[in-house]
Design a protein around this ligand. Structure first.
Ligand SMILES: Nc1ncnc2c1ncn2[C@@H]1O[C@H](COP(=O)(O)OP(=O)(O)OP(=O)(O)O)[C@@H](O)[C@H]1O
Length: 285
């Protein structure tokens, strides 16, 4: 469980970018963070994984306080937080398998990492996860030979290799075509429940947020002004969050109609084949 309390972030002497955020995210729960450009979405994710130093407040992951951790304790905490990026952040000249194994860097010795002698258990787990997301056949291909959707799956598997207790995704679909975006959102949704992970997704695409997450949090100028179910995210919520700015990729009409459309979208879409992550889950227990 992720518990954020009174989180404030101020860059230098500027006005605070995050103004006292409170948020609790249970395991198994996929939360979309929406908001206009500059609302503070990325800053919030970066405070959680401590790429950015919070100015004040508390961020607890499964009861452990992340704010103020330093050195080895911070490294240990960070490896429990998987991150998926808009631009995938793969090393192009390395193979898919090598990129995936990079998710173990926080766990292996420097010698093992440099000589690429990862434990057999890591390699087996990498194959399991790659099979689960449908990229095992590319294990020995260079990362830059894959399509965008395949590359993002590599990014997801790399994050899962960390055995995360929390998964953060910063605009994971923004570089992908609509169909591939939907597949990645479905994948994140099913992995959250298979691995019992809280997942936070920064996303500009409100339609995708409504379809593929069970909770939407709306930020405006660093304050949380909406926190509710997709069905409750109506035109008023959209106006409050985007305040006259046109929301990307969606015009919200009657919420009921939107619900029906959402149901239809679900019905039309084949669910990601659940090839069972029981073993992986077991490993993580
Ligand atoms: N390193 C930094 N130094 C100073 N100001 C920053 C820094 N990073 C972000 N900001 C400012 O903080 C505010 C929030 O930025 P942030 O990137 O968190 O917003 P966002 O909601 O993720 O926007 P977008 O959707 O465009 O990515 C912006 O005004 C931005 O200019």
């Amino acid at each position: 469980m992720l518990e954020i309390s009174k989180l404030v972030k101020r860059y230098g002497h500027d006005e605070a970018v995050l103004k006292g955020l409170d948020l609790v995210v249970e395991d198994n729960s996929v939360v979309a963070i929406v908001g206009a450009s500059g609302a503070g979405k990325s800053t919030m994710l970066r405070c959680i994984n401590r790429l950015v130093e919070p100015s004040s407040g508390s961020i607890r992951l499964n009861g452990n306080e992340l704010v103020n951790l330093r050195g080895a304790a911070l490294r240990r905490a960070r490896r429990k937080i998987g991150m998926v990026f808009q631009g995938f952040n793969l090393i192009d000249r390395l193979t898919v398998m090598e990129n995936v194994l990079a998710g173990r860097l926080g766990y292996v010795s420097l010698y093992q990492a440099i000589s690429r002698r990862y434990p057999q258990a890591d390699i087996e787990r990498a194959f399991q996860l790659m099979e689960r997301v449908g990229i095992a056949q590319y294990a020995n291909k260079r990362a830059d030979e894959l399509s965008g959707g395949e590359r993002q799956r590599v990014g997801v598997v790399r994050a899962l290799m960390q055995e995360p207790e929390l998964l953060l995704a910063d605009e994971p679909t923004a570089s992908l075509d609509p169909r591939t975006s939907e597949q990645i959102m479905m994948l994140l949704q099913s992995l959250a429940s298979e691995l019992s992970l809280p997942v936070l997704i920064n996303i500009h695409n409100v339609a995708q947020a409504k379809t593929y997450t069970e909770r939407i949090v709306g930020l405006r100028h660093g304050k949380m002004i909406f926190d509710g179910k997709p069905a409750e995210f109506d035109k008023d919520a959209l106006d409050a969050i985007y305040g006259g700015i046109e929301a990307p990729d969606e015009t919200v009409s009657d919420p009921q109609a939107t619900e029906q459309q959402t149901d239809k979208q679900h019905a039309d879409k084949p669910r990601q084949r659940d090839k069972g992550l029981d073993e992986v889950k077991h490993d993580q227990a």
